[in-house]
Design a protein around this ligand. Structure first.
Ligand code: SF4
Length: 187
């Protein structure tokens, strides 16, 4: 719909319907055979795609507080209604029976997944991080220069992280001596 704004399109659609009626055409049968759109009478709330820091605009349609549809916001100057494949799937972040919402742990050698608490996961991650760091830290390089680094841990950032999140991730990793710091958007 290049060169034709969403509002202009809706205006033209209305004008076309009015013209058809004035020429004696009845739109009743067309209306009767048209399935009800799931966004009919839905409330529109504009938001920002949650997947990356691109900040594309989306419209969330809700009916009685229930999310029924998500699509690109044509009035947002960043994306003008377009979303990439991730953004186009935003609806599934809220409505998806397959989405894993609990911590699942598979012990080494086990074929079974166990459900664990978030507190357990944080403790476990901290414990293993400290163990890996302590076992691999190099304080001086071959020339005797202090480096305090570990190459046993790597950090992979996500493009959904904002400046403040990344500052904290970077600070934590540098503090641990991690030098392998990469970002998903660069890969
Ligand atoms: S994931 Fe895609 S749609 Fe979402 S903000 Fe990034 S580029 Fe835009």
């Amino acid at each position: 719909m290049s060169g034709l704004s969403r509002r202009r399109f809706l205006q033209l659609s209305g004008a076309t319907a009015a013209m058809a009626t004035s020429l004696g055409f009845s739109l009743d049968s067309l209306e009767a055979s048209t399935p009800q759109l799931r966004i009919a009478n839905a409330k529109e709330t504009t938001s920002i795609c949650c997947f990356c820091s691109g900040g594309c605009g989306i419209i969330c349609h809700t009916v009685n507080g229930e999310l029924v549809n998500v699509e690109g916001d044509p009035d947002n100057p960043v994306n003008r209604g377009s979303n990439c494949s991730k953004g186009a799937a935003t609806f599934q972040t809220a409505k998806n029976d397959e989405r894993v919402t609990k911590v699942l742990y598979r012990a080494p050698g086990s074929a079974e997944w166990e459900e664990k608490s978030w507190d357990w996961a944080f403790e476990r991650i901290g414990e293993l991080t400290a163990k890996a760091r302590d076992a691999s830290i190099v304080h001086r390089n071959d020339d005797g220069v202090i480096v305090n680094r570990t190459e046993a841990i790597a950090s992979l950032g996500s493009s959904i992280l904002n400046n403040e999140d990344l500052y904290l991730v970077s600070k934590l990793m540098r503090g641990l001596g991690v030098v392998n710091i990469e970002h998903q958007a660069r890969i």
